[in-house]
Ligand binder design. Structure first.
Ligand SMILES: Cc1cc2nc3c(=O)[nH]c(=O)nc-3n(C[C@H](O)[C@H](O)[C@H](O)COP(=O)(O)OP(=O)(O)OC[C@H]3O[C@@H](n4cnc5c(N)ncnc54)[C@H](O)[C@@H]3O)c2cc1C
Length: 372
């Protein structure tokens, strides 16, 4: 078994796989160590929305990064399908953010004034394209760029492509410890064997907090549990993703509708509760009254990795060690995975970086702010 690599990545979710793919494409020898199965963490719980415009409100570096990441899915759709033969199920029919009251309609109409990628659609226009929605809606903000993918298929496509390009990906291989060698490399200790890598990437989602502490960094990651359900119904037909009051309905290509997601802070359980699922159904019923006759297919829960300011950590160890962080992607890891893979690739290969992104996502940004 090969035990020496240029880059060792801890965590085989969508973030670790995206990084491995970009590095393997450049001919770098990459290892991914995944404690469970590929994509089994938050990645497989996600609805797959690419909500750059619907999720982020400020026109800052984070928003630009998210938009570039969203755009990169157009490239990845073809690239990953050519290499891996896996269809990432990218649907770019946009999203409707609904208004159910006059006050909500007026607030959404205001967004059109300063946001060039969105349009206001009247109730009549919305109901013509989405007749399943309740006639009590007041209209909707149309966000054409916010499509969706299948997170499971994106992760599998990155993983298979990385493997075909030479990456080594090991499942059921948890990293217990990181140690520095006398030659300034890093040993990743696992129950299988020790692996020695010149660079390492911490990409194990909500579980990364353990390594932050071990590396002496005070940058916490907290779990925010999200519960979802999926349904099927011949009475419901939706083209676009529907978003209202933190709740969404995503029409998937296989005929299912994914409804999500609750937000439960500091809860490490991945078991969905009756209360959580009930709250989602209560939110959706006024929007799509025919949901009551739908067939319940599945319920599940996952843990979003949340940082203190809600932005991910994407960058190098503050003391210049060859340790990189790609974690804390919170509600938007599927959206942000493509650009995170590119940014970590460029950092490791010492290529030119966008300094606004380096600052916005640096691991010690919060300490720096406190000291000022
Ligand atoms: C209900 C829900 C809905 C969501 N919807 C969306 C959405 O619509 N759009 C969007 O963009 N984002 C969404 N998200 C957020 C998104 O799922 C996450 O931000 C993203 O999956 C994080 O990916 P990751 O690779 O960092 O983490 P994960 O997918 O959790 O992967 C981390 C991996 O590390 C492994 N690991 C842990 N410890 C170790 C160790 N010591 N050694 C080796 N491996 C280890 C784990 O087994 C896991 O597989 C949603 C999240 C949830 C919970």
């Amino acid at each position: 078994m090969k035990t020496q690599f240029e880059v060792g990545i801890i965590g085989g979710g969508i973030i670790g796989q995206s990084i491995a793919y970009q590095l393997a494409k450049e001919g770098v020898s990459v290892l991914i160590l995944e404690s469970n199965k590929i994509g089994n963490g938050a990645t497989s719980a996600a609805a797959g929305m690419l909500g750059a415009n619907s999720e982020l409100e400020n026109n800052d570096a984070f928003f630009q990064f998210a938009k570039e990441s969203q755009q990169h899915y157009h490239v990845l759709r073809d690239e990953l399908s050519q290499i891996s033969q896996i269809n990432i199920q990218f649907v770019d029919k946009g999203m409707y953010k609904l208004a159910m009251t006059d006050a909500e309609a007026s607030a959404l109409k205001d967004v059109v004034k300063y946001h060039e990628s969105v349009e206001w659609h009247s109730k009549e226009v919305v109901l013509e394209s989405e007749p399943t929605l309740s006639a009590t809606i007041k209209g909707a903000l149309y966000i054409p760029e916010d499509g969706h993918v299948s997170p499971y298929h994106v992760c599998a496509a990155f993983s298979k492509s990385a493997r075909l390009l030479g990456a080594t990906i090991l499942e059921n291989t948890p990293v217990h410890e990181i140690k520095k060698t006398v030659t300034n490399e890093y040993t990743l200790s696992t129950p299988v064997t020790d692996f020695v890598c010149k660079n390492i990437v911490i990409a194990n989602g909500v579980w990364s907090g353990h390594f932050f502490k071990k590396l002496g960094l005070d940058a916490g990651i907290n779990p925010v549990k999200g519960e979802c359900l999926s349904i099927k119904s011949n009475d419901i037909g939706l083209e676009k993703t529907i978003f209202y009051d933190h709740c969404y309905i995503v029409p998937k290509g296989d005929g299912r509708f994914v409804i999500g997601a609750t937000m439960v802070e500091d809860d490490w359980s991945t078991v969905p509760t009756i209360g959580g699922i009930q709250s989602l159904i209560e939110k959706v019923t006024p929007i799509i009254p025919s949901i009551s006759s739908a067939q319940l297919i599945d319920t599940w829960a996952g843990l979003r990795p949340q940082t203190i300011d809600g932005k991910p950590y994407i960058g190098q160890h503050p003391e210049g060690e060859n340790i990189y962080f790609a974690t804390g992607h919170y509600r938007n890891g599927i959206l942000l995975a493509p650009k995170t893979g590119l940014m970590i690739r460029d950092l490791i290969l010492n290529r030119k970086q966008n300094e606004d992104y380096v600052k916005a996502f640096s691991v010690n940004r919060l300490q720096v702010q406190t000291m000022r």
